[in-house]
Design a protein around this ligand. Structure first.
Ligand code: ADP
Ligand code: MG
Length: 394
């Protein structure tokens, strides 16, 4: 399933490219707190600029649900990207209006264009044909470098490519190449670490990874749902009750296939307001009014031992509520262990997972930092994504 990339575009000079990027970064007080996703997009941006192309960048940020909301404005992102590129960026506010076409035409000569948050218009998520057609009028060529959104059948991912010749960016191409090779011919043992809170989005992937992986280690709120499926009381912890049945199916599947699905043996708890002192308890002794916020130290050590013998490791999702330093130990242990597995192919993905990496030095010890969360997982599960399918075949 090889797709044409930007390197297959015969002449870029003077061409206008609609470049879908993944600048969905975390913000705090109007400042970008983690710019890994912007940095990862720079090679494609520079590749196109160096060959004389004009750029219309487009992306979404958070979930404004089709409503203009200053909280989700891309202005801080434009500022950070402009600093990194050392070039001015012009932000087009009401990009869905007719006059935006003129604004793009006028500014693209001098500056890189960035459209305001695509999800300020409801047509982005509903893949509205009119919006897609309107966006396609801004450029001559479509390039997707937003791997993290490529699993979504949204206007900027699958709609615009209906109207323009469409190519993969360098980052998207790299993601496809590295992840497919890890899946097609993984070095064994193959260990998968899954955590986080998005249980419905992740559970099907756990199922697929039980087929190809040797061991799946669970943490985070997802593990609560699996423990609840065993029948243990989870107090007031985050549990996805609709996913309990599916968890049971996975227990059955793992026992049938002799792949291991491992749950935390101890957990760190507090109350729902996180006021009481954190307490480590065994998985089967969670109080009725307690909430699980992290895996316990025994679990972390056990997971570490399993990871150390692995030759391929994929990690997605924090082991707990890592944003609170009292509950970040489990997640930090997984990250540290992963970066120490020098002989293994290591792949990590997930918006929140990436934001747990504060020391940039650690990045170079990881084989591949996937810029996708849900996209990485869906790609692992299905071997392709809706936004990859619409690109031109190589
Ligand atoms: P990713 O973006 O890496 O795929 P998710 O979005 O699925 O990860 O989940 C990340 C979020 O899950 C974080 O905000 C984290 O605080 C939260 N989380 C993880 N474990 C727990 C838990 N036990 N209780 C509550 N929230 C949790
Ligand atoms: Mg997340």
């Amino acid at each position: 399933m090889k797709k044409k990339t930007v390197k297959d575009i015969s002449s870029l000079r003077g061409k206008t490219i609609f470049l879908r990027v993944e600048f969905n970064v975390s913000l705090n007080n109007g400042k970008v707190t983690n710019d890994i996703r912007i940095i990862e997009a720079l090679p494609t941006i520079n590749y196109l600029l160096n060959r004389g192309a004009k750029l219309v960048l487009a992306c979404h940020l958070g979930r404004p649900k089709g409503i203009v909301n200053p909280k989700y404005s891309l202005l801080p992102v434009a500022q950070r990207a402009s600093e990194l590129l050392k070039k001015p960026i012009h932000l087009v506010k009401n990009f869905w209006e007719e006059h935006a076409l003129g604004e793009v035409k006028k500014w693209k000569k001098k500056e890189i264009i960035l459209l305001e948050n695509l999800r300020f218009h409801k047509g982005e998520e509903s893949n509205d044909k009119r919006l897609a057609k309107h966006l396609s009028k801004m450029a001559e060529i479509y390039v997707n470098d937003a791997f993290g959104s490529t699993h979504r059948a949204h206007a900027s991912i699958v709609g615009v490519p209906e109207y323009l010749p469409s190519f993969a960016g360098l980052l998207l191409d790299k993601e496809i190449t590295i992840i497919s090779s890890a899946l097609e011919n993984p070095k064994k043992p193959f260990v998968v670490v899954i955590g986080g809170a998005k249980t419905p989005e992740k559970i099907g992937v756990i199922e697929k990874l039980l087929d190809i992986g040797d061991t799946v280690l669970l943490g985070g709120a997802i593990a609560n749902t699996f423990l609840a499926a065993w029948g243990f009381g989870m107090g007031r912890s985050l549990v996805d009750h609709e996913m309990v049945e599916m968890s049971r199916v996975l227990f059955w599947k793992s026992s049938r296939q002799h792949s291991a699905l491992i749950l935390p043996q101890d957990v760190v708890t507090s109350d729902s307001e996180r006021k009481t002192k954190p307490k480590v308890v065994p998985y089967n002794e969670v109080n009725n009014d307690a909430v699980i916020y992290d895996i316990g130290p025994k679990t972390a050590q056990h997971y570490q031992e399993i990871m150390r013998s692995a030759k391929t490791i994929i990690w997605n999702g924090p082991m707990g509520l890592f944003e609170d330093p009292r509950f970040s130990a489990g997640t930090e242990c997984i990250l540290k262990t992963l970066t120490e597995c020098k002989g293994a192919t290591t792949i990590i993905g997930g918006g929140d997972t990436l934001s747990t990496i504060h020391e940039k030095d650690l990045l170079k010890n990881i084989t591949h930092i996937s810029t996708g969360g849900g996209a990485t997982l869906e790609f692992l599960r299905f071997g392709t994504l809706p936004g990859i399918e619409v690109l031109q075949d190589a």
